[in-house]
Design a protein around this ligand. Sequence first.
Ligand code: GDP
Ligand code: ADP
Ligand code: 5GP
Length: 218
Amino acid sequence: MTDGHDHPRPWETTRRGMMLLVSSPSGAGKTSLSRRLVADHSDLMLSISCTTRAPRPGEEEGREYYFVDRPTFDAMIERGEFLEWADVHDNRYGTPKAPVMAALEAGKDVLFDIDWQGAKQVADNAPDDSVRVFILPPSWEDLSRRLHARAQDSEEVIQKRLLKGKDEIEHWRLYDYVIVNKNFDRAYADLGHIYRSERMKPGRNPWLPDFVEALLAE
Ligand code: GDP
Ligand code: ADP
Ligand code: 5GP
C-alpha cells in the first residue's frame, strides 16, 4: 500500500494484535462501553462468549452470546475449545478459542467482556499481548439503580449480581487501567485513549525497526 508518494505504509500491513480485557461488576457499563468501542474501530473485534445462562429479552444468539446448555458447554471444555472459562453468577461462561486466534493472527485486536477470573487466565497466559481495563461504578447506589433500570433481570438475580459485584471489585488491582463510569461519554473517551495508546507501544508494531532503519537511510 502507498500514500500516493510511493512510500510504503508498513503500519497498514503488519501489526501484532492485542487482547483488551474489560471487566466490571454487573451493571457498571462494560457491555455498553465495549460495544461502542468495537463499533468505532474496524481493527477491533468483539469476542462472543458461550454461556449457559438463558437469553435476556432482546438478546440474540451469536450477537450477545452463544447460548448453550450445560452438557454442550462441558463437552467444549473437554475438547479444549475454550481460551478460558469460569463459573459466574451460577452459570458458566467461556471464550471460544478459534475466533480469537484467527483475529490475532490477522493482526486484529480482540476485546473481551469477561469476569476477573477469565481476564486473569488470559493475561497470565499471554502477558505481553494483554491489556486489562476495570470499570467501576461511581457509587453502589448508581450500580443498583442501573441494574434496575436495565430491567432485564429479576430482583433475585439483581441482588445476586450486586453481591458478586463486591467480589469482582475486590480484584481491581489486577488491572492495568481503571475507569470510573460516571459520565458515559467521558468514560468512553477514556477507554478509547487507553486502546489507542496501547496500540502505539513499539512491541505491538513489529514493522517499526525496519521503518526507522529506512527513515535513517533516506
Ligand atoms: P453483565 O455483567 O450484566 O454484563 O452480565 P453477563 O451475564 O453478560 O455476564 C456475567 C459475567 O460473566 C460478567 O462478569 C462477564 O464479564 C462474565 N463473562 C462473560 N463472558 C465471559 C467469558 O467468556 N469468560 C469469562 N470468564 N467470563 C465471562
Ligand atoms: P454491564 O455490562 O457492566 O453489566 P451495561 O453496559 O449493561 O453494564 O450497563 C448497565 C446499565 O447502565 C445499562 O442500562 C446502561 O445503559 C446503563 N449505563 C451504562 N453507563 C452508564 C452511565 N455512565 N450513566 C448512566 N447509565 C449508564
Ligand atoms: P451477563 O450474564 O450479565 O451477560 O454477564 C455476567 C458476567 O459474565 C459479566 O461480568 C461478564 O463479563 C461475564 N462474562 C461474560 N462472558 C464471559 C466469558 O466468556 N468468560 C468469563 N470469564 N466471563 C464472562
